[in-house]
Design a protein around this ligand. Structure first.
Ligand SMILES: NC(=O)c1ccc[n+]([C@@H]2O[C@H](COP(=O)([O-])OP(=O)(O)OC[C@H]3O[C@@H](n4cnc5c(N)ncnc54)[C@H](OP(=O)(O)O)[C@@H]3O)[C@@H](O)[C@H]2O)c1
Length: 319
């Protein structure tokens, strides 16, 4: 098969589009014919791209990109809940090969039926970002109706899902974004949007129930002061320096692939409550270019060629 493979410890300059062995599903796994895969640019620098689960150096080359949408091509031993040809979306194990290839492996517990109302491209940018927003807001922060949440980085891939999910849950949503994205973030459902370059958010709001941080650094450090007593902060972007602080270590979490959450997210998408944002798309062969592209909104997707039985539209109208 054709695949994007990472040949070095650096960034996108070490990516090659080349032939690679087509994998075979083991027990509890499926082989997926990938139709599209999401691009998380920071992933190439994450620990999971450098080491194995047992912390030895990760063998090179490996296939990056751990979210996808596609069709089941083969069933591993013991898999009985899906059939060959079914459209699924989800994540791959971080420590194994990813989805930027014609085929990938995924555990049956890490995938769900693709939302029927969107095409593979839009479904492919959903798993990591939507699961991160879901798990951060609903599990870590236990956000409830009527609570006031501040979402940093609201025009980004995770932030755009977080705004929509918090609003769906009935929260009052304040968001930070750059000036050009204020209208867009309002359309996603934010009640108020603060231009983070023009205003220091802590001078505008106080007494919040929850802060959901996707930016880290100074933004994260300044966020503690806007929480009310007993308020909760969740961050997905704490750096090594930030994690010296015990509160920050507790506030940080890493997304987990989970079928039940993916099913709930697919239902919301099909009900028109949530929409994924594709900021740019590239063919699989141009992955190196895709990794160097920072979309103004949402996420970059790679389209894997070949005919698919995907009947859903390529673009979405606003819910
Ligand atoms: N822990 C986890 O499980 C997990 C999962 C997914 C992602 N992540 C990490 O989370 C971070 C965000 O991921 P993403 O995919 O959402 O990134 P992204 O799509 O690049 O979005 C980042 C957003 O942050 C905004 N931004 C930059 N500086 C800001 C500031 N000072 N205040 C407010 N907003 C600011 C940008 O807005 P403008 O363009 O308007 O400036 C952009 O929209 C990355 O570091 C990623 O590695 C972690």
């Amino acid at each position: 098969m054709k695949a994007v493979r990472q040949h070095g410890r650096g960034g996108a300059e070490s990516l090659r589009f080349e032939d690679a062995p087509k994998p075979s599903p083991g027990p509890g796994e499926v082989l997926v014919r990938v139709r599209a895969a999401g691009v998380t640019p920071t992933e190439l620098r994450w620990a999971t791209s450098r080491t194995t689960r047992s912390r030895t150096p990760r063998p090179l080359p490996f296939i990056p990109g751990h979210e996808f949408s596609g069709e089941v091509a083969e069933l591993g031993e013991g898999v009985t809940t899906v059939s060959v040809g079914e459209a699924m979306y989800g994540m791959n194990d971080w420590f194994n090969d990813g989805a930027q290839a014609e085929y990938c492996l995924a555990r049956i517990t890490d995938i769900a039926r693709k939302p029927a109302s969107i095409d593979h491209l839009y479904a492919s940018v959903t798993p990591i970002s939507a699961l991160t927003a879901w798990q951060g807001l609903f599990e870590r922060a236990s956000i409830g109706a009527g609570q006031h949440v501040l979402i940093h980085g609201a025009a980004g891939s995770v932030g755009s899902f977080a705004v929509q999910l918090a609003r769906w849950r009935g929260a009052h949503v304040t968001a930070t974004a750059s000036a050009a994205n204020i209208g867009f973030v309002r359309e996603l459902g934010a009640h108020d949007v603060i231009d983070y370059r023009a205003v220091r958010f802590e001078e505008r709001i106080r007494g919040l129930d929850v802060v959901f941080d996707t930016v880290g650094g100074d933004t994260l450090r300044r966020s503690w002061s806007v929480l009310k007593l007993g308020g909760r902060l969740v961050t997905i972007a704490a750096s090594g320096e930030d994690s010296q602080d015990r509160r920050t270590r507790e506030a940080f979490f890493i997304v987990e692939p989970r079928r039940g959450d993916l099913e709930a997210i697919a239902q919301l998408i099909d009900a028109g409550q949530v929409r994924p944002i594709v900021g740019a798309e590239f063919p699989l062969a141009d992955a190196a270019l895709a990794y160097g592209t920072r979309p103004v909104r949402g996420k970059v997707a790679l389209r894997a060629g070949g005919p698919s039985n995907d009947a859903a539209p390529h673009t979405l109208s606003k819910p």
